[in-house]
Design a protein around this ligand. Structure first.
Ligand code: ADP
Ligand code: ZN
Ligand code: ZN
Length: 724
């Protein structure tokens, strides 16, 4: 038999399959070692066939990698091929999505152990006198039975191989399992679904459309709907994938899932060690676990016969990958749902404009949950005008209204969350006296301050503007380039409330293995009174004692340099506000802003998603931003500046051809340096396009495939989440 093998390295020239001889029982998806020049390289079997165009006498033979199962399922192999084409990446790179990196690099220790048992009676075994170790090992085995080979070899060096050769022992491989959730405890109350939940479940099951959107306010019981769907699949012997933003896998959530599904669920998240992650993956691959739960990469779980795929908080930015292949989780999930003939369920309190539009147009099923489970009202949001605070001489990050609310909350023994709206490196210029924000004249998105060049830039068209010396509207010199950092907020809080116990959660405090789990656990165990954090604390958490949420700078994301700023702001406010008053006691929210008259904030304060959506969609239509166009960025990055530029030129000319032939399909087309010109020593250039629709996309991808080179990486992004 002939196997088509792809070797697991990603340089340009090897991105094709090579023919090798293989054993008849070789399976598609198997991991193999293939002779490649003087080396043996790891690879995968992509296909099998009887004939080859090459001279069969010259074909070399592959060696299987021992692991019992094929590493990849056939569906995964097929999907990897689609993804490689779709996102213009080498097949080897797309295959890597489907395997835990631990498996490829062989870094996991003791994932399988070898065990030896005697296969003959001790009396029948014949040893030369000198074989002391073999004799001792055989005696040990006859007394102790099945023994770890590593242990035998340690005590009686060389014995295992020698005994195996003689046929005196049988060696078996056994999976050793780590249980990462041993310490996670929790109960899973059997809940009766509410009528609304019941209706949602039966609608999802009976409606014929593949994609179903559950639009339910925070606390409306969406999670219970997902868990019911998953449990039903499990009963029918089908498997499920449940995707959540990484941050939603809180200790409470883990405990709930664990209690509900036990060993049927494999929970993948960044707090696991490499070995633990591998084991969870392996349990899915062998079919021992039928439910994969995790962040976006769990969409590649090696499950067969899927019954449902769920994407919770579907609007969340973490669902687009920021490293090649820059896949979109929804697209991959949809491919899998179609292939398996199962439903893809999206859930959110604040669906993305694009998703909601498709639901309203009838492409997706739409289920609405308009009330919280216990009919509790949403917490009231008080808007504070920070311009007035500044004029009154208060230059701190806290308004007097917020200080009072904090005092009250602490006095009653409740908890508070203070939220800082901070995104990446981006910096916006805002006037602290009148709320003016610098925007691009052509694109109507906020400009970004670039410290290195001391100028303002638009990330959508590349236009440069001079730095402002004062506010063009009111002449004030009080311009702010960035809000206060979390650290400074914590310091001034400590000053104001010396007795309060304060926790801080942001990118700086959550690195390391335990990361945010520890902080969240402390807070939920009421070991702290105030939690200060960035968007990390916005999502999904259920802290019953939190009765106050303060949003320190609601503006910051409003003026982010992105056409989705309004959407992001609405989502963030709704999500953070939803953390307040989830249990018995009434909650409230204090929202500080420099632009209280802003419509986005007004809709958010009324929890009026529909109103917000209608306004936003008409703005997007007028400005021809997605979903009324497609923004495509081709990013070229490489270490050698000249070579990178050469690759850029090649791509650019190819793309320009497409542009010239299809001018009616382009709203914008230009090449330029990327807003951040160097990251990790790589020079970055881009071709930026805005298309009327996706019609020319396949041509663009083909052109990028064609221009591929070992000198620079070319990546294509559609409606990228981040244009830096
Ligand atoms: P969402 O995901 O929509 O924000 P959750 O699923 O977190 O909402 O539900 C909000 C709260 O209501 C949770 O504390 C959950 O335990 C509770 N809950 C959900 N469904 C039910 C039910 N059928 N009966 C009783 N409590 C429920
Ligand atoms: Zn001003
Ligand atoms: Zn612009």
């Amino acid at each position: 038999m002939i196997a088509e093998v792809i070797v697991d390295i990603t340089s340009g020239e090897t991105d094709r399959v090579f023919d090798y001889l293989c054993d008849d029982d070789t399976k598609v998806g198997a991991r193999v070692l293939a002779p490649f020049g003087p080396r043996m390289l790891p690879g995968f079997v992509m296909g099998l066939k009887d004939k080859t165009d090459f001279d069969p006498a010259k074909l070399k033979k592959i060696k299987p990698v021992e692991d019992g199962l094929s590493a990849l399922t056939e569906e995964c192999v097929r999907l990897a091929k689609v993804i490689a084409r779709r996102y213009a990446v080498p097949l080897a790179l797309s295959l890597r999505l489907f395997l835990p990196s631990e498996m490829r690099t062989g870094k996991v220790k003791e994932l399988v152990k070898r065990y030896a048992v005697l296969s003959v009676d001790l009396g029948e075994a014949h040893f030369p006198k000198s074989a002391k170790n073999q004799i001792a090992a055989a005696e040990y085995l006859s007394v102790n039975g099945k023994t770890d080979c590593a242990l035998l070899n340690k005590q009686f060096p060389g014995s295992v191989a020698a005994l195996e050769k003689k046929g005196y022992i049988t060696v078996t491989f056994e999976q050793v399992q780590r249980d990462p959730y041993k310490s996670v405890e929790g109960e899973a109350p059997e809940r009766r679904l509410t009528v609304a939940q019941e209706n949602a479940v039966s609608f999802i099951k009976s409606d014929e459309r593949t994609v179903q959107l559950v639009h339910g306010v925070t606390g409306s019981g969406k999670t219970e709907i997902y868990l019911t769907l998953i449990a039903d699949c499990l009963r029918e012997g089908k498997s499920s994938i449940f995707l959540v933003p990484e941050i939603s896998l809180t200790p409470q959530m883990l405990a709930q899932l664990r209690a509900r599904f036990g060993k049927n669920a494999a929970i993948l998240h960044s707090g696991l060690s490499a070995g633990e992650r591998f084991d969870e993956w392996w349990r899915l691959r062998t079919g021992e676990a039928k439910i994969a739960i995790g962040a976006r990469s769990a969409v590649f779980a090696p499950l067969e016969d899927l019954g449902v795929i769920i994407i919770d908080e579907e609007h969340d930015g973490s669902y687009s990958s920021e490293t090649a292949p820059r896949y979109n989780t929804f697209d991959v999930a949809l491919l899998r749902a179609k292939r398996n003939g199962c439903k893809l369920v999206l859930g959110s309190a604040t669906p993305s404009v694009e998703t909601y539009k498709r639901a309203l147009e009838g492409e997706f099923g739409l289920i609405k949950l308009t009330e919280r489970i216990n009919k509790k009202p949403m917490p009231e949001i008080t808007v504070v005008d920070m311009r007035k605070e500044v004029r009154r001489g208060n230059n701190t990050a806290f308004s007097s209204a917020l200080m009072e609310a904090l005092e009250e909350t602490l006095a009653t023994g409740n908890q508070a969350i203070l939220f800082l709206n901070r995104r990446g490196y981006s910096q916006t210029v805002i006037c602290k006296e009148c709320g003016y924000v610098a925007k691009c004249e052509a694109c109507d998105v906020s400009l970004t301050y670039h410290r290195d060049e001391d100028c303002l830039k638009c990330h959508y068209c590349g236009t440069r503007y001079n730095m402002l010396s004062g506010c063009p509207e009111c002449g004030s010199k009080k311009l702010s380039y960035a809000g206060t950092g979390t650290q400074r907020v914590v310091e001034s809080l400590k000053h104001a409330f010396p007795n309060a116990r304060i926790l801080r959660m942001d990118n700086d405090t959550t690195s390391g293995k335990e990361g945010h789990y520890k902080i969240l656990k402390e807070f939920s165990d009421k070991k702290a009174d105030i939690l200060v954090g960035t968007q990390m604390i916005a999502k999904g958490h259920d802290f019953p004692a939190v009765t106050l949420v303060g949003i320190l700078d609601a503006d910051m994301s409003l003026h982010f340099n992105d056409y989705r700023s309004a959407e992001r702001t609405f989502q963030l406010i709704t999500q953070v506000a939803g953390r307040s008053g989830r249990a018995e006691e009434k909650g409230r929210v204090v929202l500080q802003t420099f632009s209280p008259e802003n419509d986005v904030l007004r809709f958010a304060c009324r929890y009026d998603y529909e109103g917000f959506y209608r306004m936003e969609v008409s703005m997007r239509q007028a400005a021809l931003f997605p979903p009324f166009s497609k923004i495509v960025r081709v990013l070229v990055s490489g270490e050698d500046q000249k070579k990178t530029l050469d690759v850029l030129k090649t791509v650019y000319f190819a793309l320009e051809e497409i542009y010239k032939a299809n001018q009616d399909k382009f709203l914008f087309f230009n090449k330029m340096a990327a807003p951040i010109k160097r990251i990790e020593n790589k020079h970055r250039y881009q071709v930026l396009m805005r298309l009327t629709d996706g019609a020319v996309l396949p041509q663009i991808y083909d052109a990028c495939m064609e221009a591929r080179s070992r000198d620079a990486l070319i990546s294509v992004e559609e409606n990228p989440a981040n244009l830096s």
